[in-house]
Design a protein around this ligand. Structure first.
Ligand SMILES: [Cu+2]
Length: 570
């Protein structure tokens, strides 16, 4: 088969406006389509099929108000908002408001919050907005998210924010394929490395032998073979089929954010992709990260950050010269990128920097004990004594553990032998790259959490899978065979994840915050989606304050069938 070029051009289409305006309040209009920003208290959203041309070929998308992404919804904290969502598809549909705190029947997950929206029907959502920041929405039905059903949510705060900026842009990253999602999934089931072209070659093996000696190179290989994994398998679906988009624009058409020299620009990054992690940087500019998953954090100045599927980061940048800067988001396995420009003029666009080389997974990513592995070291990780101490303090925290059912067998063929907290690890591909990369260890709540309750109990969830058969599960049990997780209303729960697989899984708990433990209990950062690194361990605390049924799952679309739980809060 002929491999297509990774970065596909786009035949100019009228799908999106080329230059974005920053977010400003516009009065809501009834059934206004192709408007990129809607604000107010009442919204009308129409789900329908739309023919698009993103790769130079026509394809049918599922869209919200006829556009990809759907309109940016601007809400005001404290308002009660109403959203009328009409489904014009021939199939059931839904919209879920990702990271939004709301009553369970408004959460938009078919089979858990409600029945879904039947063809021809309108469902009206109504809830009070109790938070502010950058969020997003997407379909929770079938593979509709992959085919275009996602958009940004910007919630204006009641109180003034603790930083200032002159302009404000949403930067929504996503992945598009002309292939039908059912066909992508079928191919993954047939061969989980179908889209993966970074596999090792015989030549690689001999260069390793030169470097490490035959014994070590052979042992490394044997290990990977035993795990039935490839150390180059960083993404299941790649640029072989994907075109990476920034606010709906392929690299060739470029999203453009305008600035005047010296202005402070707030960029609201949202990863609305189905399967792709992105490593984001703006060469020539430092980015000050001010919010994670909508919540203020203590500002951190970085060159680069990784954004997992469903996460959001707000950054502030200040361009010092009147030139076009690239907003560059390369996919984690380096098969392509999304690209836009931060530019003083709509006629100036930036050139993409060279993509980094793909890195291989290490023994640490397999959850092996590195001390036992001898000389193998985790690249690029600064394990200062202070940090080590903090992690051991986290390890030492003990709460009564509620045992959950576990299964071994076909659903679970991998195991992390010595999973470790790796919050200071930027992750495979970003280690030792010479840039200051954001890690979870950098995330600190802007406000004190000193008075937050300590956990009453703990549950441990293993992320499990069978890579050969492309099966994903939790504790070795797939969703269809699992009992709901029972959380007690009013409790404070510690959830520890152990990733027994060699992939990153962005875990998303609906309805309640995930207060990530980063070694500083006084500033637990609030997230809605937490990346669990390959072979690693991570934990967070949840105040169980929302009654009803909630979804809890990996946000990689093709993992969701198995790596999913219903949570019941009573
Ligand atoms: Cu997953």
């Amino acid at each position: 088969m002929q491999r297509r070029t990774f970065i596909k051009g786009i035949a100019a289409t009228s799908l999106m406006g080329i230059t974005a305006t920053d977010i400003e309040a516009k009065p809501p209009r009834k059934r206004e389509h192709n408007s990129t920003t809607l604000s107010g208290k009442e919204f009308f959203l129409d789900i329908d099929y739309t023919t698009v041309n993103i790769t130079g070929k026509k394809a049918v998308a599922t869209t919200i108000n006829g556009q990809i992404p759907g309109p940016t919804l601007v809400w005001q904290e404290g308002d009660t908002i109403t959203l009328h969502v009409t489904n014009h598809l021939k199939k059931s549909s839904s919209i879920h408001w990702h990271g939004i705190i709301l009553p369970a029947p408004m959460d938009g997950v078919p089979g858990i919050s409600y029945k879904g929206i039947a063809p021809g029907e309108t469902f009206t959502y109504r809830f009070k907005v109790q938070q502010h920041g950058t969020y997003w929405y997407h379909s929770h039905s079938g593979y509709q998210e992959q085919t275009g059903m996602y958009g940004a949510i910007v919630i204006k705060p009641k109180k003034k924010e603790p930083f200032r900026y002159d302009k404000d842009y949403v930067v929504l990253l996503s992945d598009w394929s002309d292939e039908k999602p059912t066909s992508i999934y079928r191919k993954l089931k047939l061969s989980s490395d179908y889209y993966n072209f970074n596999q090792r070659t015989v030549g690689d093996f001999f260069s390793e032998v030169k470097k490490k000696g035959f014994g070590q190179a052979f042992d490394d290989r044997k290990m990977w073979n035993k795990m039935r994994m490839s150390d180059r398998d960083l993404s299941d679906v790649t640029g072989y089929t994907y075109t990476y988009l920034m606010n709906g624009n392929a690299p060739a058409t470029q999203f453009k954010a305008l600035f005047k020299k010296g202005e402070k620009i707030r960029l609201r990054f949202i990863n609305g992709a189905a399967m792709s992690f992105f490593d984001v940087r703006i060469p020539g500019l430092k980015m000050t990260v001010v919010a994670a998953d909508g919540n203020h954090i203590k500002p951190v100045s970085v060159d680069e950050f990784r954004i997992g599927v469903a996460e959001t980061y707000d950054v502030i940048v200040q361009p010092t010269s009147a030139r076009a800067y690239a907003i560059f988001a390369q996919s984690i396995e380096r098969s392509g990128y999304a690209l836009g420009s931060l530019t003083p003029s709509a006629s100036l666009s930036a050139k993409a920097p060279k993509m980094d080389k793909p890195q291989a997974l290490t023994m640490a990513d397999m959850g092996m004990d590195m001390k036992k592995m001898g000389k193998q070291k985790m690249g690029g990780m600064k394990m200062g004594n202070k940090m080590k101490y903090r992690w051991s303090a986290m390890e030492a925290q003990k709460y009564p553990v509620t045992k959950l059912p576990m299964a071994t067998g076909v659903q679970s063929t991998m195991k992390a032998m010595a999973p470790k907290y790796r919050l200071e690890d930027p992750g495979v591909g970003l280690r030792k790259n010479g840039r200051r990369v954001l890690t979870y260890a950098d995330l600190k709540n802007r406000y004190s959490t000193r008075r937050d309750r300590k956990p009453d109990r703990e549950i441990i969830l293993h992320l499990t899978g069978n890579m050969e058969r492309y099966m994903w599960s939790i504790n070795g049990i797939k969703y269809a065979d699992a009992q709901p997780l029972r959380f007690h209303y009013g409790e404070r729960l510690r959830i520890t994840f152990i990733n027994d697989t060699m992939m990153n899984h962005p875990m998303h708990l609906h309805g309640m915050w995930s207060d990530l433990e980063t070694g500083d209990d006084n500033h637990l950062v609030r997230k809605h989606t937490v990346i669990v690194q390959p072979g690693a361990k991570i934990s967070y605390r949840v105040t169980v304050d929302a009654k009803g049924g909630w979804a809890y799952h990996c946000h990689l679309l093709y993992h969701m069938a198995g790596m999913f739980r219903k949570v019941v809060v009573a």
